[in-house]
Design a protein around this ligand. Sequence first.
Ligand code: GLC
Length: 416
Amino acid sequence: MSWFTEARFGLFVHWGIYAAAARHEWVKSRERLDDARYQRYFDHFDPDLYDPALWAREAANAGMRYVVVTTKHHDGFCLWDSDLTDYKASRTPAGRDLLAPMVEAFRERGLRIGFYHSLLDWHHPEFPVDLYHPQRDDEDFKAAAAGRDVGKYADHLHGQVEELLTRYGRIDSMWFDFSYPGRGFGAKGRDAWRSAELLALVRRLQPEILVNNRLDLGSGDFTTPEQVMPTSGTVGAGGLPWESCQTLNGSWGYDRDNLDWKSPDLLIRMLVENVSRGGNMLLNVGPNARGEFEPRAVERLRAIGAWMRLHGRSIHGAGPAEGMVPPQDCRYTRRGDRLYLHLFGWPMRHVHLEGLRGRVAYAQFLHDASEVRIGEPPADDPGHHYLQVPPDQLTLELPVQRPDVSVPVVELFLTD
Ligand code: GLC
């Protein structure tokens, strides 16, 4: 597990033929498209600009240490050259396995490799229709599909997972998505997927691998809160590692007309917030159907990278500062004897750190290693000009001008 909690920041990639529709990876279900109507995205999927070395470079420069890529999403389309289906990249105009070069490119940059794999499959002929299936309202379709055998589908699912975990070398994490027992018509969980058996298969093929918590087996090696900012106590109970997965704009797959983009500052604060609470952040990019990260995504990754280049020390290998309460609008992370004070706001001249008087040997800004002076009220000051600070608080003297970085960070060298 240690690589995972060290890494803190990863890239999620949602890529498949839905990128051609360019209106969310659930488009087939949302718009109740049938196979014939959805086929146009398969027939026209030709990512001629696909160069995963560029993706890996953007991820590495953003400070990301691992990648999780959608091998297959709910629509059933496979990025790799599976022997168990023709519904795969090599049969589209792309004409080749798109997963292999991605794995290679990210590995070359030193990133760990994770596979997202959908438990659902809206294309497979034995996948029983349910509340999420695109044809859930089509009575004729449902009548024709009444005899579907989920056991046969599960065999297929296990077979595909076996391919993925035997053809691409060491895989560091397996990200199954998702289980929905009890949610209504045709709801599925561990019985449908034969989750216990599937997990045993994964562990047998890749003994070192980490597996997420969406197999409906109670828990996993780590938990995966989705598009929420965890608050203390909501995740990580019992010390279980967690990773919040986040989007740039609310959609996972490429979504051309979506304008709900998060600002780079917000994304950086989200990353800090995660680490300060002991979690990782897995940030998604949905590449387009020519095989590129669009400019709005690249701009954000680069802004995060600009900040991470100077502040990665407060993120990689860092975690919560147990027992320390940060001042208002601030977040702490800690790594060994270093405490990192992230200033989300910018106070006037002073910030007071509770419980730290006498515990800090030196303080500096992280972006330029310039000293941040520790304030001492002059002995003869009657309290008119200096501050009345409670005795256990440590005062830092901040410049009036806020450093020109997204989130300023003070690095504190602790004496204990
Ligand atoms: C959800 C969605 C999905 C996305 C995933 C990422 O469960 O079904 O489209 O891939 O979350 O966490």
